[in-house]
Design a protein around this ligand. Structure first.
Ligand code: B12
Length: 439
């Protein structure tokens, strides 16, 4: 048996603070299931033991794994009947804060986040998982998803951008966060109401976290969500939609080229009468980008997207017509797509004797050409400028040669003038302009 202190010393307020449960819930569990069964002071006030608190946390952890409270209580009782102490069982240990790392009562959720980020940066799976389990036991699920996981990943992303966090640390944390969301998603009960939503990441987008979190939030509202995961291809999308019959398709895009790919998604969905909604960080970063995408923009905050989606299901106003690429832009795109490989080869050749490493060059070439193609598809090369500012910041944070971007843009400009003809005028003018800005 666990040697947890059974002395009745904690009042109701302390238990509320430690477990995150509301006083009404505590009393209801006691009334219905006799768990916990606190002592009383002479004045009739409840007094709980450390073991009572751990028992409550055990119940909360089982709920977070998808059990109803009555099933959690039956599991608890069955284990006790078979002579086992649930609080001593390793398979349940991570969720019970008497084991592993503790955040002291009264510490805020942001302290949980800070601790989770630190344990991830140290690649400490056990501690990081234990902290998450503890956070889920103490706070409402949505609060942990946003305040610990989402903000934690954002902080780690900012660290990567400024060169303080490695790609490996970022992968470790995002893998843990998405794993947790997948488990929670799998444990959601069946839908309780009408409304089916198909959610995926836009083509060329591997950032699954927000799509997963949105799926979880909507499932918890009782909606039926079919989640498709990363990088949803356009091929056979129409057939898939015809099979699934969703009321809404939601695509999430986190960078410019996947946002541009939404144009093709909208095109692929033309034959089916299902509206498209979209969102993602890139729409915050690049002002006005959403005006180029056909469909409903779900706003800048993931927290607000479920309510917006709910509104769309109930009352669907026709979305504003998107800004579309002019014929001249379309012709430039076609010309650029036919010649970009030639152009890139020329840039590589021009810079082969520079200090720029080949690996950096390849990444830069691929990203820049894909941004140009995206800007052309979307009908405005100005959209790329914010992406370039981002690249500029990244380079200086990584202490790459200061003039890298200028040298690179100049080579690209000269190569473009050599490789493209008058059909590329729009792009050539833009490269001349941008070259001057980054001099
Ligand atoms: C984890 C991560 C990855 C992981 C994703 C793992 C996974 N399974 O999800 C991996 C390693 C795959 C990855 C890859 C890349 N990534 Co990345 N990644 C991130 C990171 C750190 C977190 C992303 C995340 O899920 N955040 C959680 C979300 C929910 O938080 P948030 O963005 O702060 O969200 C707020 C708003 O943006 C908004 N919001 C976000 N999503 C949505 C969705 C909807 C519907 C709505 C309405 C609102 C909304 O609401 C939130 C708060 O209210 C971000 C940094 C960051 N700050 O996000 C970079 C980031 C998104 N990645 C970035 C980049 C550049 C890349 C790569 C191109 C890197 C590379 N060179 O390989 C590749 C692209 C791969 C691809 N083809 O998609 C850049 C994008 C910038 C840009 N302009 O392009 C970012 C911003 C990093 C940075 N600071 O520069 N990445």
């Amino acid at each position: 048996m666990a040697t947890l202190d059974e002395a009745p010393i904690f009042n109701l307020k302390a238990v509320v603070q430690e477990t995150g449960l509301k006083p009404d819930t505590l009393r209801a569990w006691e009334r219905r299931y006799g768990i916990p069964d606190p002592n009383r002071t002479s004045g009739g006030h409840r007094l709980y033991s450390q073991r009572d608190i751990e028992t409550l946390k055990w119940m909360i952890a089982r709920q977070n794994e998808g059990l109803s409270i009555s099933r959690a209580v039956s599991l608890w009782e069955t284990l006790l009947e078979t002579g086992q102490d649930p609080l001593d069982m390793p398979q349940y240990a991570a969720a019970s804060s008497s084991h592993g790392m503790r955040v002291e009562p009264g510490e805020s959720i942001s302290e949980h986040r800070a601790a989770w980020v630190q344990t991830c940066l140290a690649f400490d799976s056990q501690q990081a998982e234990a902290l998450l389990a503890q956070a889920f036991a103490l706070y409402p699920l949505e609060a942990v998803c946003f305040e610990v996981l989402q903000k934690g990943l954002s902080e780690i992303g900012a660290g990567w951008y400024s060169g303080e966090v490695t790609v490996q640390q970022e992968h470790f944390a995002s893998a843990m966060a998405t794993r947790r969301l997948e488990t929670l998603l799998a444990a959601t009960p069946p839908p309780t109401r009408g409304g089916r939503i198909l959610i995926g990441c836009a083509p060329d987008d591997d950032h699954t976290f927000s799509a997963l979190l949105l799926s979880l939030l909507l499932r918890r509202m009782g909606l039926d969500v079919v989640y498709l995961g990363a990088n949803t291809p356009n091929e056979q999308l129409e057939e898939t939609v015809e099979t699934i019959h969703p009321d809404l398709v939601v695509m999430v895009a986190q960078h410019l080229s996947s946002a541009a790919a939404l144009l093709e998604v909208a095109e692929a969905l033309r034959g089916v009468p299902v509206p498209l909604a979209f969102g993602g960080r890139v729409f915050e970063q690049i002002a006005g980008l959403q005006d180029h995408i056909p469909g409903y923009h779900l706003g800048p905050r993931l927290e607000d997207a479920p309510a917006i989606i709910e509104g769309l299901l109930g009352n669907r106003a026709v979305p504003a017509a998107p800004l579309v690429a002019s014929a001249a832009y379309k012709a430039t795109l076609q010309h650029f797509e036919a010649r970009h490989l030639m152009l890139e080869a020329r840039v590589s050749e021009m810079l082969s004797t520079s200090a720029i490493e080949q690996a950096h060059m390849d990444v830069a070439l691929q990203n820049f050409s894909s941004s140009i193609a995206s800007g052309l598809k979307l009908g405005s090369l100005d959209l790329i400028e914010m992406d370039l500012d981002w690249l500029h910041g990244l380079l200086s944070n990584l202490h790459l040669p200061e003039r890298f971007l200028h040298v690179y843009l100049e080579a690209y400009r000269v190569a473009a003038h050599a490789v493209l003809d008058e059909r590329g005028q729009i792009l050539l003018h833009w490269l001349d302009k941008i070259g001057l800005e980054y001099t």
